[in-house]
Design a protein around this ligand. Structure first.
Ligand code: GAR
Length: 190
C-alpha cells in the first residue's frame, strides 16, 4: 500500500513507519520547519510543503495538497500529528482511506491538539491513544484501535505524552495493516 503521511510536528510516528518499512511515498506538511519535515528531507522522502500563506484559502491549499498526493499515487493517507482542520473536499477524496492518530481515548478530549494537557487538567487516572478513520466531524470517525495509558502521580505533559506516543507507535502500524487488508478485500470483491 502506497502511504502518504500528513505532518506538522516532531515526526515520531513518521519515523516509526519508515523504520518499520512501510512504503511512505509522500509526506505533506503545512509547517516546513517542523521536525517531521526535516526527517523527510534527511531520508530523501518526497516532501510537499503547503504553508497556508501560499494560498488564498484552506480549500485552495487542500486542493493543491490532494492533487500532489494523488500525483504520487498515494493509496492510504495517515494523519500523524497534522494540526489543521482538513476541508470537506479533501476528506471526501480519501474517504475510508485516511487514518488519524489522536493522543486520547476518543471521544474523550477530542477536537484539538491539547488532548494530553486536557487529560492532566481533568485529573483522569487513565488516558491513551486512538486510531480512527477520518470523517468530516473532527475526531469522530469510526475507531479502529485504542490503547490505554495510565496517568501516573507526578506526570508532566512531557512524561505522559512520551508514554502515549510509545503506544501510538505500536497501534498505528497495526491499524494501517488492518485497513490495508480491508481495502484489499473490498477491491477483490469488485
Ligand atoms: C501525536 O501524539 C498525535 O497523536 C498528535 O500529535 C502528535 C504528533 O507527534 N495528534 C493530535 O493531537 C491530533 N489532534 P509526532 O509528530 O511525533 O508523530
Amino acid at each position: 500500500m502506497r502511504l502518504g503521511v500528513l505532518v506538522s510536528g516532531k515526526g515520531s510516528n513518521l519515523r516509526n513507519l519508515v523504520e518499520r518499512e512501510f512504503q511512505v511515498v509522500a509526506v505533506a506538511t503545512n509547517r516546513p520547519s517542523c521536525g517531521a519535515a526535516a526527517f523527510a528531507r534527511e531520508r530523501g522522502l518526497p516532501l510537499g510543503e503547503f504553508s497556508q500563506r501560499g494560498y488564498a484559502s484552506l480549500e485552495e491549499r487542500d486542493t493543491a495538497m490532494r492533487d500532489w498526493l494523488a500525483s504520487l499515487g498515494v493509496e492510504l493517507l495517515v494523519n500523524a500529528g497534522y494540526d489543521r482542520i482538513l476541508s470537506a473536499a479533501f476528506i471526501a477524496a480519501f474517504e475510508n482511506r485516511m487514518l488519524n492518530v489522536h493522543p486520547s481515548l476518543l471521544p474523550a478530549f477530542g477536537g484539538g491538539m491539547d488532548a494530553v494537557e486536557q487529560a492532566l487538567r481533568q485529573g483522569v487516572t487513565q488516558t491513551g491513544c486512538t486510531v480512527h478513520l477520518v470523517t468530516e466531524e473532527v475526531d469522530a470517525g469510526p475507531i479502529l484501535l485504542q490503547a490505554v495509558v495510565p496517568v501516573l502521580p507526578g506526570d508532566s505533559v512531557e512524561s505522559l505524552r512520551a508514554r502515549i506516543q510509545l503506544e501510538e507507535r505500536r497501534i498505528l502500524p497495526v491499524a494501517i495493516e488492518m485497513l490495508t487488508r480491508n481495502l484489499a478485500a473490498r477491491s477483490s470483491l469488485g
